[in-house]
Design a binder for this molecule. Structure first.
Ligand SMILES: NC(=O)c1ccc[n+]([C@@H]2O[C@H](COP(=O)([O-])OP(=O)(O)OC[C@H]3O[C@@H](n4cnc5c(N)ncnc54)[C@H](OP(=O)(O)O)[C@@H]3O)[C@@H](O)[C@H]2O)c1
Length: 258
């Protein structure tokens, strides 16, 4: 199974801001070569510039990963220019509320297209090469919101629950190979995405703390990387509750948060 010493080339998606950006910088500081993808070319250029003084390097590969064929294209371009991808951190994602009172299929589709299908297309493009080499590591950023249903998060939760499920199945399929699949389930992380949240976020951590936790977890062989420990453990325990306890508890907790 791959470890830190096998990471000659790391691909990070959602690299232009937030957690992905912090992760790229942390990895470059540690001496790794990183291919960074997002739509915003200017931010990716600035990221590459920032890495010039570091031990490693960040190379920008802009793409809109929700467009057909873009995952395939950008992966081929990275591999042609920098060599095979040893570790892919599929982090690009977004959130928008999809409350029952204003429920729109288009909003849910937008979340599924990026949070789930972009990762699916990336995995489809990455797996054959990794299987040929019998080596490779894919980590998908899901969320603790994928553990169980949460208010106003039908679309987001569904996309992340599906991503967790997909990674669970793939890790079982690839069990006897040299490939490693992990899922990353963060709690609240301070990023441009959560800066939009109008409610208090318990156990909020910085993007840099999140990046450190992710790198630490990627170096281990646990399937799930979750942080911060206490918050994610509480949410994990809630998964075990029967619905008649879970629903009133979540309602009471989220109402007192407003
Ligand atoms: N922040 C949290 O509390 C939290 C908690 C749990 C899970 N997560 C998950 O963690 C991941 C990163 O979240 P974040 O908070 O860092 O979000 P963020 O600040 O909004 O960053 C999202 C990244 O995804 C990229 N992206 C968006 N649409 C894209 C597209 N069509 N193609 C390619 N890249 C695209 C964005 O760049 P461009 O706009 O330049 O494309 C940006 O770099 C997401 O999957 C999110 O669901 C976040």
């Amino acid at each position: 199974m791959t470890g830190k010493s096998d990471w000659k080339l790391i691909w990070v998606t959602g690299a232009s801001q937030g957690m992905g950006r912090a992760l790229c910088l942390s990895l470059a500081r540690d001496g790794y070569t990183v291919a960074a993808t997002a739509r915003n070319e200017e931010s990716l250029g600035a990221l590459a510039e920032e890495s010039v003084s570091m031990n490693g390097a960040i190379h920008p590969f802009p793409a809109d990963l929700t467009l057909g064929g873009e995952n395939q294209r950008v992966i081929a371009e990275i591999q042609q220019q920098l060599g095979s991808i040893d570790l892919a951190v599929l982090n690009a994602g977004t959130h928008r509320p999809t409350p029952a009172t204003d429920f729109r299929a288009d909003d849910v589709k937008e979340l599924i297209d990026l949070n789930l299908m972009a990762a699916v297309h990336a995995i489809e493009a990455l797996l054959p090469g990794m299987m040929d080499r019998n080596s490779g590591h894919i980590a998908a950023v899901a969320s603790v919101a994928g553990y169980r249903g949460l208010p106003t998060a039908a679309g987001y939760g569904a996309s992340k629950a599906a991503l967790i499920h997909l990674c669970e199945a793939l890790t079982l399929d690839l069990g006897e190979t040299g490939l490693k699949i992990q899922v990353i389930n963060p709690g609240f992380v301070k990023t441009p995405l959560t800066d939009r949240n109008p409610f208090p976020m318990p156990f909020l951590v910085s993007a840099e703390t999140a990046a450190d936790a992710i790198i630490k977890g990627l170096g281990k062989n646990h399937f799930e990387i979750k942080f911060p420990w206490l918050f994610t453990s509480i949410l994990k325990t809630l998964r075990l509750l029967p619905y008649w306890v879970y629903f009133p508890w979540v309602k009471r907790f989220t109402q007192s948060e407003k």
